[in-house]
Design a binder for this molecule. Structure first.
Ligand code: UN1
Length: 495
């Protein structure tokens, strides 16, 4: 008998109004059923929002340091259960345990950062242009925040959104990706165990077209934060624009690692293997393009192919696994379509290119780590996000060409340059059109206390992580106090 899970709405664990559930299976082994989770409807979202509005009235009056204390306990509980949570995350979405441990750690870091922010949430005091008048700013919470999160960082990304939202005094409705409902359930259990008042958090499981859409459409949800595809983000943005909602979007990437002739090639090799095939390439920050300068191109591709073919595919819960499965069959079919596109556009398949089969691999959504060389700038392999273990190698002649190819895509999340030339390193940070540039490090590896996000069609100008996200989840209020006892007219009486 598989376990049936529920939504958390109105301060209790409740069945969905639809009475419908979906199966959540291990992507490394289809026969492993984790549980059945609610396929919720619009009415579930409505109830969640009504409850979250009550939660907001209570929580916004709780002093920010006390809100921070709850988040500190959340961090403590996550730390105590780190190993167990990492294991259930790997079972649910496939990436190896070392990576899910890192994912939980990112949530812990975010919790402790939020806890300390409860004793800051700084406003400004500013001199008034008039005598005996005080001027200052402060931060106010906004209301119910609708959070729509992806499968690839099932703990870190919900915490990036939720903890700052809560610390600022908002209440939250979380709609996690349907591939990772178990991790979201555990996160909500931890928040409740840490003492968060129940109606401050709501968890509604289900599918984006129904539950995500209902949240975005709901007039009493003034804040939406979405991480997912650029296509879905556009739909979300259209609705939020019409409804004047505050919206943070984190969307696609087509990140490049640049390796110049003067680079430390061993380091660059380790970097691209981790950047391209970590999380089976299913990161917004994954390295999906490798721009190699012509002097090192041929030898580097050869060494990279040799190392790639040694990567061990398998169940992420088995020691020694380097690369886990894709998250589901649709993800694998999308990768397969891109293999055909690469071939049709004349790229050279260096290694991989097919489903990984044999033994236990037959039970999951495995795909061989794949490299195409001879990819041309402007081709579909250069331009389009694949979200799988496919790396496109592009040969470049010099730094200017490398930077131009890096910038010649519609996305702009992260980039990486391997060089021993300090002038080129600083030029890269200045000239690459990305939200994050790494020097002598891969395109992945963002830390929780720095702003995370991208330019162009990757985002809409907001950042998660670090200090900036607290501005997104709060409203600036200005207070003026005139203690002169007389009418003082700004801009008039003093000029
Ligand atoms: C993502 O790529 O989807 O930078 C998020 C990293 C992680 C977060 C990535 N800390 O690799």
């Amino acid at each position: 008998m598989s376990k049936t899970f529920e939504n958390f709405v109105g301060g209790q664990w409740v069945a969905p109004t639809t009475g419908e559930y979906f199966d959540n299976r291990n992507p490394a082994n289809h026969s492993d059923l984790i549980g059945r989770f609610p396929s919720s409807g619009i009415a579930d979202v409505q109830r969640a929002v009504e409850s979250a509005r009550r939660g907001f009235e209570l929580w916004k009056r709780t002093p920010a340091p006390a809100r921070g204390d709850v988040l500190r306990r959340v961090g403590d509980l996550m730390a105590a259960r780190k190993e167990e949570i990492a294991d259930l995350m790997t079972r649910e979405m496939g990436k190896p345990l070392a990576e899910t441990r890192g994912d939980v750690q990112e949530g812990i870091d975010t919790a402790y950062y939020a806890a300390t922010e409860g004793r800051r949430l700084f406003g400004h005091t500013v001199p008034s242009e008039l005598a005996n008048k005080w001027a200052m700013t402060m931060r106010r919470p906004i209301g119910v925040c609708g959070l729509i999160t992806p499968f690839n960082f099932p703990m870190a990304i919900p915490t990036w959104k939720m903890f700052p939202a809560l610390l600022c005094g908002n209440s939250v409705v979380l709609k996690p990706a349907e591939d990772v409902p178990h991790t979201a359930t555990v996160l909500v259990e931890i928040l409740l165990a840490a003492g968060l008042p129940p109606e401050v958090i709501q968890l509604v499981h289900g599918f984006g077209e129904v539950v995500g859409k209902a949240l975005v459409d709901h007039p009493q949800v003034p804040v939406i934060s979405f991480t997912g595809s650029t296509e879905t983000g556009r739909l979300v943005g259209e609705t939020c624009g019409r409804m004047h909602k505050r919206l943070s979007l984190e969307m696609g990437g087509k990140n490049a690692q640049i390796v110049l002739d003067d680079a430390d090639l061993d380091l660059a090799l380790d970097g691209v293997l981790w950047g391209a095939f970590g999380t089976t390439g299913q990161r917004c920050t994954a390295t999906s393009r490798l721009l190699l300068q012509s002097g090192i191109h041929d030898a580097f591709v050869q060494r990279l192919a040799d190392r790639t073919m040694q990567l061990r595919l398998g169940d992420g819960r088995v020691a020694g696994t380097d690369v886990g499965p894709l998250v589901n069959e649709a993800a694998r079919e999308k990768v397969e379509r891109y293999i055909e596109i690469g071939r049709a556009q004349g790229a050279t398949l260096v290694c991989g290119g097919a489903r990984a089969t044999g033994g236990a691999l037959n039970n999951g959504f495995f795909f061989q780590p794949t490299i195409f060389s001879g990819v041309t700038a402007g081709s579909r392999l250069d331009q389009e996000e694949i979200f799988g273990p496919v790396l496109s190698v592009i040969k470049v002649e010099n730094v200017d060409e490398a930077f131009a190819v890096n910038n010649g895509v519609r996305y702009g999340l992260s980039s990486s340059v391997y060089t021993s030339n300090v002038n080129v390193a600083f030029r890269a940070m200045q000239d690459l059109d990305n939200g994050i540039t790494y020097v002598n490090a891969p395109t992945i590896g963002a830390e929780a206390h720095l702003p995370f996000g991208g330019v162009k069609e990757t985002g809409n100008g907001h950042r998660e992580g670090g200090w900036e996200v607290y501005e997104f989840y709060s409203e600036t209020k200005v207070g003026y106090v005139d203690y002169s006892g007389a009418l003082q007219r700004a801009q008039i009486d003093n000029y």
